[in-house]
Design a protein around this ligand. Structure first.
Ligand code: NAD
Length: 304
């Protein structure tokens, strides 16, 4: 047996607010492999998430028995690095006003106080936000574009800057990307395709810089479409799921568990040689160059 054993490892997963998305699939796989789970949740959805947890409304069941335990939920708005960056309208917003330490820098400080100087093994960036995602790039404003890149790509750089020093050597960072970074996907607008291209490039550079500085690995998973809450904001996710199911190399629907299992492998000792890479978990859709039904199957050969 070649096990994926994350016993004694601590994970921080940024970007969980319900049990439908990729972050949840990753959390469950890491928990199943024995890791201790902490999460970072966006303030506007924090109270809803905490209530769902308290009322036992989330699917915490682990395959093979047992339940995932979330050790702590940290408020986290990955658009800001320190309180000084937060604009007054956000600071005064009722969902933020009474909330302590929700910027990335503050969350890292609280994490250090909670668990100690070198206390983190796995850092997951599973978040994205593009306010103009429904607009084609040709109609995207500068503000919308920069906001998408700031919240969805720079947030990863900032997380590694601030949580990297807390990571034990041998640790791993994972983010989630999408193939719209390298191919045209109509409907994935607002600068989100640009943000994912930046995220993939930053994965390569950070693998070198954080690899040398902290002794950690940095990879990104390019996932196929999943009807998560964030993806529903795109407006075409159900069509995308169906399209992939029809045209991927393996004609099946992508699942959060598929992505979770790949993340667990990448974060384990079994992935020790992999860093700076974009790994596709999309049932092979990225390899296709034509739709599956573009050419009708050839008729059986006729007998002479
Ligand atoms: P999700 O809704 O489960 O996760 C997105 C999370 O980002 C949410 O919890 C949301 O609250 C959080 N978030 C938004 N803005 C934030 C901010 N400023 N600070 C902190 N958190 C913030 O949806 P998901 O689709 O599982 O997304 C997770 C990751 O997977 C994203 O990076 C997404 O781009 C990527 N991805 C998704 C798909 C898909 O089809 N669902 C495909 C490929 C990649």
């Amino acid at each position: 047996m070649l096990p994926i054993d994350l016993t004694g490892k601590r994970a921080f997963i940024a970007g969980i607010a319900d049990d439908h998305g990729y972050g949840w699939g990753i959390a469950k796989a890491l928990a199943q492999a024995g890791a201790q789970i902490t999460v970072g949740t966006w303030p506007p959805v924090l109270s809803l998430f905490q209530k769902s947890l308290e009322r036992d409304k989330l699917d915490l069941d682990l395959p093979g028995g047992g339940k995932m335990k979330i050790e702590k939920v940290y408020p986290l708005d990955a658009s800001w690095d320190s309180l000084a960056d937060v604009p007054p309208e956000t600071r005064e917003d009722k969902r933020y006003k009474d909330l302590p330490n929700y910027t990335i820098g503050e969350a890292a400080e609280v994490f250090k106080k909670d668990w100690g100087e070198k206390s983190l093994d796995i850092l997951v960036h599973s978040l994205a936000n593009g306010p103009e995602v429904k607009k084609p790039l040709l109609e995207t404003s500068r503000k919308g574009y920069l906001s998408a890149v700031s919240s969805s790509a720079y947030s990863m750089v900032s997380l590694v800057q601030r949580f990297g020093p807390l990571m034990r050597p041998g640790g791993a960072v994972i983010s989630l990307t999408y193939m719209a970074s390298e191919r045209v996907v109509p409907g994935y607008g607002g600068g989100m395709s640009s943000a994912k291209a930046a995220l993939e490039s930053d994965t390569r550079v950070l693998s070198f810089e954080a690899g040398r500085k902290f002794g950690i690995r940095v990879n990104t998973i390019s996932a196929g479409p999943l009807a998560s809450r964030a993806a529903k904001a795109i407006g075409t996710i159900e069509l995308m799921v169906e399209y992939y199911k029809k045209n991927a190399a393996i004609p099946e629907t992508n699942t959060a568990a598929d992505v979770g299992h790949t993340a667990a492998f990448l974060c384990s000792a079994l992935g020790a040689g992999i860093t700076g890479t974009t790994i596709y978990v999309d049932k092979g859709y990225h390899s296709m160059g034509m739709t599956a039904d573009a050419i009708p199957p050839s008729p059986p050969p006729t007998q002479a």
